[in-house]
Write a protein that binds this ligand. Structure first.
Ligand SMILES: O=C(O)C(=O)Cc1ccccc1
Length: 295
């Protein structure tokens, strides 16, 4: 049966392009206007998989995704897609000759953050408005020719929404990659990408330290991984939302969940009073060419 794949839409967002690179044409694409709506849809069984952004190389984690997963909808990460990102500056075609006179810039907060230097140098002092996605920003600009507003988005969004790219590659650093998670209520992906081959295996855990705030607790957590030679590729703290100073940690381990080492580390951490939750054990894929440039 044709799989239904939900993503942060509308059409021509970076997430949509990651979906197309990973799943190809044989799936039904279902666009959602926010990350929580997309996550809810897979939790409720309306779609087979949800694809949402989780982390950008320049800006860090997409907090909304992790917070919604941790606090609202417990799902598993069943796959990861990493893609290079190029941001372009685009306006309504009627403004292509006086684009420097725009008075507002519209985009996803991460896209704005990826282009801060460009915006500071070229549009000092003008307001930035955040959109739910780069695609939503591009669509807004196309539907409001009366507004002196520009969008930051990819080349396919310019094509999709009939906008004119007036400045290419405005992201501040060349290395601009984003990670997307494929989410599902059960632990396994059980789907093979027709286009991409997995590059590595990963396990993501959420760890909460004991409530009694012992000194060295984080050190003890890390040493449970270190002496087992479990390589960590990410550690990130997020507020528990129960009070100032209460955090949990998200840890990525560079290997698939096994029967010995990761369960051993988990048992050791639990003996220390930590709680440990598996967020997923999955294969990581990477897209080599820039997505969104229409090639
Ligand atoms: O807004 C989009 O197009 C997304 O898919 C989220 C995003 C935003 C900025 C960089 C990469 C992904």
């Amino acid at each position: 049966m044709t799989k239904r794949i939900g993503f942060l839409g509308p059409r021509a967002t970076f997430t949509h392009l990651a979906v197309q690179s990973f799943f190809g044409n044989e799936v039904e694409e279902v666009s959602y206007s926010t990350i929580p709506q997309c996550i809810d849809a897979v939790a409720e069984g309306k779609i087979d998989f949800a694809v949402v952004p989780t982390e950008n190389a320049l800006e860090g984690s997409v907090n909304l995704t992790f917070d919604y997963l941790i606090h609202e909808q417990p799902l598993y990460i069943v796959g990861e897609i990493v893609a290079p990102i190029e941001q372009h500056f685009m306006v309504h075609p009627s403004r292509k000759n006086d684009w420097e006179k725009i008075t507002r810039v519209y985009s996803h907060p991460h896209a704005i953050a990826q282009c801060h230097k460009f915006l500071h140098q070229n549009f000092k002092g003008i307001p930035y408005d955040t959109a739910t996605s780069t695609g939503a920003a591009a669509r807004h600009v196309s539907q409001h020719p009366d507004e002196a507003v520009a969008a930051i988005a990819n080349e396919l969004a310019a094509k999709e929404y009939g906008l004119e790219i007036v400045k290419e590659n405005i992201h501040d650093y060349h290395y601009n990659h984003t990670r997307f998670a494929i989410l599902h209520p059960s632990r396994k992906l059980e789907y093979t990408s027709p286009h991409l081959t997995p590059e590595k295996e990963k396990t993501t855990l959420m760890i909460t330290l004991p409530a009694d705030d012992q000194s060295g607790a984080l050190h003890q957590v890390l040493s449970a991984f270190t002496w087992r030679k479990l390589n960590l590729s990410k550690i990130e703290s997020r507020p528990m939302k129960t009070g100032l100073g209460n955090y949990f940690f998200i840890i990525d381990i560079d290997m698939q969940l096994d029967d010995v080492l990761i369960p051993g580390a988990k048992a050791e951490l639990e003996a220390l009073g930590c709680s440990v939750k598996l967020l997923g054990s999955y294969e990581a894929y990477s897209i080599k060419k820039n997505i969104g440039n229409g090639v």
